[in-house]
Design a protein. Structure first.
Length: 117
């Protein structure tokens, strides 16, 4: 079960990289007015959701007791991130503020994971 947990942690970090990298990669296109939400942002955020829930499941499977308040707050931030991506996904161009909010929510989720003990 420890190997599964380690694999899930790696996949979770990769999904964060996809979301953060996808948002930052579109920033140069903001000046030209052609920035958009890529499919990678959606897939990465959904990957964060799936791997995060699986990680919580492994904690319960190993007999542990996760901090449910922390998991709940992280889930709310992640749902906000996914909604922001879904709302702006079909738009031809998005503003730098939307991309900044996506990067900020992803970073907030990492900060919550690392700093909340």
């Amino acid at each position: 079960m420890d190997i599964l947990k380690s694999i899930l942690v790696v996949l979770h970090i990769v999904c964060f990289g996809v979301v953060m990298g996808g948002a930052l990669a579109q920033l140069p296109a903001v000046r030209e007015g052609r920035a958009k939400i890529s499919n990678g942002l959606l897939h990465g955020s959904l990957g964060l959701l799936v791997t995060g829930l699986a990680l919580v499941g492994t904690i319960y499977g190993l007999g542990g007791h996760p901090n449910n308040m922390k998991i709940g707050v992280k889930l709310i931030v992640l749902i906000g991130l996914i909604v922001l991506i879904l709302v702006n996904r079909k738009k031809e161009k998005v503003s730098g503020g939307v991309l900044g909010a996506i990067a900020g929510l992803a970073t907030l989720n990492v900060a919550l994971a690392v700093l909340w003990h």
